[in-house]
Design a protein around this ligand. Structure first.
Ligand code: CP3
Length: 345
């Protein structure tokens, strides 16, 4: 929490995106022991809290709730199933489909979220921050239009945005309002900070991103100002949107790709910006321990242990050896800043 506020720390805190699943044998064993489908697992507080807690044994400094960016779309009338990837029975097409998205009451439809946070706090103890999250509206819209994980050319999403730009803006605003309520609900339930995922950003042109993604992000970060720190993740690295466009979201903290060092990113965002990142997830998946240690230390040095939260460029890749994840967390935990404390941001 001090790093999120831009303060100097002995070492950067570390958490990882997708830390609650994928590479963890304990998670896979739990999945194998329950007949529940993933969408049911997300709605089962006792198991969701147990999964959220699992990365604590590696020594991560924050726990993210086990849920999915698509979860709040179910009570809006668009229930995704995971077989194994996300699937919507009938993908949305025209404005009349999007018009059917309902507003709903968080406490009535998502009580499992509050309960998961409650169980997680009780099990984790008081000292560790809990993280909430949500998907950004344009990313959610792309999942709705494509009916699952979007392919790079986004044919159905582009058709909708192109033919009904006004309707698309209304849908994005509706998704943004829902997301504000959803994140407020998570903060009230115990989230100490939250992350907004614009995971499909790299599929859009710069013009599309500025016209459709940014205004919806702004509603969310503006509305949550003063509640809990908001981290913004946008997958931009393999697209054509410059990194500095992330700033327009109005977030407090930016999670950055590996294409820039933390120091270089500070030149873009401003010296006092709090940044999260940015070890390459492919190095974590494929590198030796020596390579991981070298790259992690370089990343820490670059961040100067001031307003820097250690993380990856994106989520832990499927197939990443569990030992590599444990090694990375331990390496960051062992790091000690040398030299005089840098001034707080
Ligand atoms: O990767 C990102 O860009 C993060 C945003 C995102 C999440 N879910 C957050 C999440 C996206 C794009 C999704 C959609 C989704 N959900 C997909 C397709 C895209 C993708 O990246 O694979 C899939 C396969 C799912 C289903 C899902 N959600 C699984 C299988 C799991 C558990 C195991 C795993 O792979 O991590 C989740 C949990 C999940 N999705 C979390 C988050 C933040 C939980 C917390 C965490 O582990 O960090």
């Amino acid at each position: 929490m001090r790093a999120l506020r831009g303060e100097t720390t002995e070492r950067p805190p570390i958490w990882l995106m997708r830390q609650a699943g994928r590479s963890d044998p304990a998670y896979r064993a739990l999945r194998a022991s329950t007949p529940l489908e993933l969408e049911q697992l997300f709605r089962t507080p006792e198991l969701a809290a147990r999964i959220s807690l699992m990365p604590q044994r590696w020594g991560v400094d924050a726990l993210i709730i086990f849920s999915d960016i698509l979860s709040p779309l179910a009570p809006m009338g668009a229930p995704f199933v995971f077989r194994p990837g996300p699937r919507l029975e009938t993908p949305f097409a025209g404005p009349e489909d999007f018009e059917t998205l309902r507003e709903f009451d968080m406490a009535e439809e998502m009580p499992h979220i509050e309960e998961t946070f409650r169980l997680l706090r009780r099990a984790a103890g008081a000292g560790i921050p809990l993280l909430g999250f949500a998907g950004a509206p344009l990313t959610l819209l792309a999942f709705l239009a494509e009916g699952g994980s979007p392919a790079p050319d986004l044919p159905r999403t582009r058709a909708f945005l192109g033919q009904y730009p006004g309707g698309a803006r209304r849908v994005l605003e509706k998704l943004a309002r829902m997301t504000v309520e959803y994140l407020n609900y998570q903060v009230a339930a115990g989230a100490c900070a939250f992350q907004l995922f614009e995971s499909c950003a790299h599929y859009f042109s710069r013009d599309e991103y500025l016209a459709f993604a940014v205004p919806a992000q702004q509603i969310i970060f503006d509305s949550l100002k003063g509640t809990a720190p908001g981290i913004f993740f946008a997958r931009l690295a393999d697209g054509h949107i410059p990194l500095e466009e992330m700033r327009a979201s109005g977030a407090d903290v930016f999670s950055i790709p590996s294409t820039y060092s933390i120091r270089e990113a500070r030149e873009i965002f401003g010296a006092s910006t709090v940044l999260q990142g940015n070890l390459d997830n492919r190095l974590l998946a494929l590198g030796s321990c020596d390579e991981i240690a070298l790259a992690a230390s370089a990343c820490i040095e670059s961040g100067g242990c001031r307003g820097h939260i250690f993380n990856l460029n994106h989520g832990i890749l499927a197939g990443t050896p569990h030992e590599n994840v444990a090694f990375l967390v331990e390496h960051v935990r062992q790091y000690r800043r040398t030299g005089a404390a840098a001034p707080n941001l």
